[in-house]
Design a protein around this ligand. Sequence first.
Ligand code: MN
Length: 287
Amino acid sequence: MKRVQQLRHGQAMHWVGDGFPVRTFFSYAEPLPFSPFLLLDYAAPNTFAKGTKPRGVGPHPHRGFATVTLALQGEIAHRDSAGHGGTIGPGDVQWMTAARGVVHEELHSDRFTSDGGVLEMVQLWVNLPARAKMTPPSYQDLRADAIPTVALPGEAGSARVVAGTLLGATGPARTVTPVELWDVTLRAGRPTVLPFRQGHTTLLLVTRGEVVVAGEDVVPANALAVLDRFGTKLVLQAKGGDARVLVLGGEPIDEPVVGHGPFVMNTWPEIRQAVDDFQSGRMGRLE
Ligand code: MN
């Protein structure tokens, strides 16, 4: 049974561009055991007034990993130099594998901008193994209706399986190395046992309510729990009211991580190459 090894409350809120007020729970700048994950930003619910110009982040590059964006509330529009684009709304997930490089922008959608409302989102960076870092970029637009929902044992709630397999349901996300991403809603007071892959990094981001792990370890809202990698049982229970928790799992990638801004590679020469390729326009341009 997995126990909580570390509880994190995230850094002070900061703005990503002018659209996303996030807390960063971890990043590749810290030598911590989150592999294959490189960064986790969470924008808790925030109300935006009606506007005319979409807020967000203008054109910027990525190389060497995938950015995974979950829209929990509100709408986010994406456009990249590989010709991919789309708008994601509540329950939708965008899995953008930058690999050898893209330039993209991430903005509030036109509709959200003009209507205003509550925005809540998560962005997760998932590393790629060295063999896949220089492959062509790809884009997966994972709509809420394509993400299977499974009932949890003990009538404890439900889980939306975005990536990996849970209780017979397999998520639609195609990943290079094994990754689990489950969006779990827990009903108060009902414990449930979820099977987990042995040896996988295991993280919980509680976005609503309070969750008890293994019957003892309390994880409050707006906190990230780092659990044991060993063990094959994840025992969760919502305390007080219902809870929502993102469960992240993955096979660690045992390779050097060298990151600089939006580039994460294995060596410094590869980082210098990435900067040069971006500046020379070899990661493409946004038309
Ligand atoms: Mn980006």
